[in-house]
Design a protein around this ligand. Structure first.
Ligand SMILES: [Zn+2]
Length: 108
């Protein structure tokens, strides 16, 4: 999956605070592990920064969550400094978290 496709996809996501769609210029790809992408998005309407995890599979609609806990946010903040091992840790952590995705989406 191309980075620019991910960014384009993110423009279909609405800000969870004000409902404004994100702009492609305000989507930053932090990194990815296989199908799991980490993004930072900024809402120009309400000036809110959000961190997003997206599971992207070829030929499927990506699954996105912006409902991250503080612990998860800390992991994102540390992203730049991650070693390979730590990235794997995060990967397995988010793999475990995957079970909550359907619950999150059913709330919408
Ligand atoms: Zn907003």
């Amino acid at each position: 999956m191309e980075e620019k496709l991910i960014k384009r996809f993110m423009t279909s996501i609405k800000c969870s605070f004000c409902g404004q769609h994100y702009e492609v210029n305000n989507v930053k790809v932090l990194g990815h592990q296989e199908d799991l992408w980490f993004l930072s998005v900024f809402c120009s309407a309400c000036q809110t920064q959000a961190l997003v995890a997206a599971v992207v599979k070829e030929g499927r609609v990506p699954k996105v969550t912006t409902d991250l806990t503080e612990t998860e946010l800390d992991k994102f903040k540390e992203m730049d400094k991650l070693t390979a091992d730590e990235t794997l840790d995060m990967h397995s952590f988010l793999k475990g978290f995957d079970g909550d995705f359907s619950q999150l989406f059913s709330q919408k």
